[in-house]
Ligand binder design. Structure first.
Ligand code: CA
Length: 225
């Protein structure tokens, strides 16, 4: 199983790669973003461990470039400590998981194993309703040529509906899929996001409509004529 590690802190890269090799992985290590991108594009890696702060090109950019190429290699992003913003960004730009520095080696390998189990193959293709396209891997949503700027929750709600076009999706199901289990608020919070999504879809010229299904929830339908 071949891994790519893009990390410019030499000692960290060395100790991690040594540990991973001892567990039987083949590990290629590079110390800058451009080499990382090049290798990730050309190589057949089972996963990429990608540092955020890198010389040449940062981890976000590397990740975005790969996803733009429709490269679905699982990516574990290493972010700076206390970087809540970084973590959200990491997921937004298409990383599969992130780990804040400093982290324990045990946690790194556990996360890697989880990523490898899920694998690139299980990645859903691009979802579509009408001219609306959602790429869950790249966290990208477009209507024709227009890119919709969605918040994480808006994206999640829309993805939930577009996964099952023409079917009524219960509000509670949307809540479960998008909000974490610690959320104790009103299920009607979903309405607020639906309203925002309808505005954005309309503004972007999407011919995907979100219909209200009374007493149940919502349904995404194509309005293309
Ligand atoms: Ca770094």
């Amino acid at each position: 199983m071949q891994l790519l590690m893009v990390e410019d802190e030499e000692r960290l890269a060395q100790s991690l790669s040594q540990g991973l090799r001892a567990e039987g992985y083949a590990v290629d290590v590079v110390g800058d973003g451009l080499s990382g991108l090049e290798l990730a594009r050309s190589g057949d890696y089972a996963a990429v461990v990608l540092d955020l702060m890198l010389p040449g090109m940062n981890g976000f950019r590397v990740c975005e470039e790969l996803r733009r190429d429709a490269n679905a290699v699982p990516i574990l992003m290493l972010t700076a400590k206390n970087g809540e913003y970084d973590e959200a960004e990491a997921l937004d730009c298409g990383a599969d998981d992130f780990l804040s520095k400093p982290f324990s080696y045990v946690v790194l390998t556990a996360r890697l194993r989880a990523l490898l189990r899920r694998g690139a193959a299980s990645r859903p293709a691009v979802l579509a309703v009408g001219n609306l396209r959602i790429d869950p891997a790249a966290r990208r949503c477009t209507a024709g040529d227009t890119v919709l700027k969605l918040t994480n929750k808006e994206f999640g709600v829309l993805e939930c509906l577009v996964r099952r076009p023409d079917q009524a999706v219960p509000k509670a199901e949307i809540l479960d899929a998008v909000w974490d289990s610690a959320f104790r608020g009103d299920v009607n919070i979903v309405e607020v996001y639906i309203a925002a999504l309808r505005r954005k879809l309309h503004a972007a010229g999407a011919d995907c409509l979100i219909e209200t299904v009374r007493g149940i929830g919502y349904r995404a339908v194509s309005d293309a004529r």
